[in-house]
Design a protein around this ligand. Structure first.
Ligand SMILES: Cc1cc2nc3c(=O)[nH]c(=O)nc-3n(C[C@H](O)[C@H](O)[C@H](O)COP(=O)(O)OP(=O)(O)OC[C@H]3O[C@@H](n4cnc5c(N)ncnc54)[C@H](O)[C@@H]3O)c2cc1C
Length: 382
């Protein structure tokens, strides 16, 4: 099952990383659903920081983010605990725009704290009236002397309510649509920010609506160039989209593992479920989905890390296929478990709830299809 680490996409450091993390996960993670979600997430961020894993969320000494490392970490964490993967992923997504576009002072203020697990990060793009259509956002940031004044709302913000700061995108008026948006760093204790309204989803994660009423930020909160926020958000998502596929792959591998063990032990007639041809056909389809997802994910990551190429098409292929096919793998696993598969708290039941949102956030499957088709058609049109 871990033969994929020998693929040419990886080097020795990746194999070492995956082995060390596997041991750490076995010693440190459980996949029980916590009674206090917020403190469980805080503890996970702290534990991942102490373990040295969050260092991979921020650029190395050479200024690089290693997408293969990020993907391997997410795949491994997701196989052990959806919440641990979530805690890790948000430290990356919630600091990525600073890593890519921040000033030296912003990098120094935030990135080491994110890597240690001292600051919890969040990324606030979605609004009540603009989700997939990011360019139509309404939230405003108006310049007033030396400050920016924020008004509006963001919703479905992961880590909302527990984050120490939010990377926030708001309309600054340079132009209508995508060209009039800028990025800001908003500390949680900013007056005029209310992040107390929580949202409950099928697989529990800290999630909130943020409301801003004349919230005032210093000029230094502007992140990167004014009016470039849309492009910055897309560039950040481009790095992390492949890793959403990797998390889905981790969930799918866990489901395949659970289902295989169950099939080998569950009695059916004179043998076991695994002796049955219909079950074997299901298992073969699950293996195919897992392997094709892994190939697409690590190809996309390798293209970016090693070839230095913009990989929007390949990242879209990886996210689309890995998330959609993980849903199918997990559904088959639930079916193979029978009644036990829909029993609250059983691993495949949790995975069934856990996978669903991945087909919606960071670009819904339909949006990924548009990216792929556009890139494909462009090759014919030129
Ligand atoms: C668990 C969870 C965590 C999240 N975390 C964050 C976060 O940390 N930060 C953040 O900013 N946002 C976050 N989101 C929000 C997420 O990014 C949005 O839900 C997503 O972008 C979709 O937007 P929407 O919900 O408004 O759906 P809509 O934009 O209303 O889309 C609804 C559906 O329409 C379809 N659709 C959309 N566009 C197209 C198209 N072009 N062609 C065809 N069909 C289309 C898709 O099926 C889509 O699911 C999170 C969401 C969830 C569920």
């Amino acid at each position: 099952m871990r033969d994929f680490l020998d693929w040419p996409f990886f080097d020795a450091s990746h194999r070492d990383l995956a082995e060390r993390l596997e041991h750490w996960c076995q010693a440190n993670l459980t996949d029980d659903e916590p009674s206090d979600l917020d403190s469980a997430c805080r503890d996970l961020v702290r534990g991942l920081g102490d373990g040295g894993w969050l260092r991979h969320c921020v650029p190395d000494e050479a200024g690089r983010l290693d997408v293969r490392g990020l993907a391997l970490i997410r795949e491994t964490l997701a196989r052990h605990s959806g919440l641990a993967d979530f805690a890790f992923a948000m430290q990356g997504l919630g600091s990525g725009t600073i890593s890519l576009f921040g000033s030296e002072a912003q990098k120094a203020d935030y990135l080491p704290a994110v890597a240690r697990g001292d600051k919890i990060a969040a990324f606030a793009l979605t609004e009540p009236e603009s989700g997939s259509d990011v360019a139509s956002m309404d939230m405003t940031a108006e310049q007033d002397g030396d400050s920016w004044v924020l008004n509006g709302a963001k919703t479905y913000i992961s880590n909302g309510g527990i984050a120490d700061y939010y990377i926030l995108f708001a309309r600054t008026g340079e132009a209508p649509g995508a060209k009039g948006i800028s990025a800001f760093i908003v500390d949680r204790d900013t007056e005029g920010l209310d992040d107390s309204e929580r949202i409950e989803v099928i697989a529990p994660h800290p999630l909130a609506t943020l409301r801003f009423a004349d919230a005032r930020l210093p000029a230094s909160a502007l992140l990167g160039e004014r009016g470039r926020g849309f492009a910055q958000a897309m560039a950040t998502l481009d790095v992390f989209r492949t890793t959403v596929g990797a998390a889905a792959l981790g969930f799918a591998r866990r489901a395949l593992d659970e289902a295989t063990r169950r099939a080998l032990t569950r009695r059916l007639g004179a043998g076991t479920l695994a002796d049955n041809a219909v079950t074997q056909s299901k298992l073969a389809e699950m293996v195919l989905d897992v392997e094709t997802s892994a190939l697409l994910i690590y190809r996309a990551a390798w293209l970016r890390d090693v070839k230095g190429l913009r990989n929007s098409r390949e990242a879209a292929l990886a996210k689309l296929h890995a998330t959609d096919s993980a849903q199918s793998v997990i559904d088959k696993a639930v079916q193979m478990f029978g009644g036990l598969g829909v029993t609250r708290g059983v691993p495949v039941e949790r995975l069934y709830r856990e996978i669903r949102a991945l087909r919606i956030y960071e670009g819904a499957s339909e949006v990924q299809k548009m990216v792929i088709a556009r890139a494909h058609l462009a090759e014919y049109r030129t």
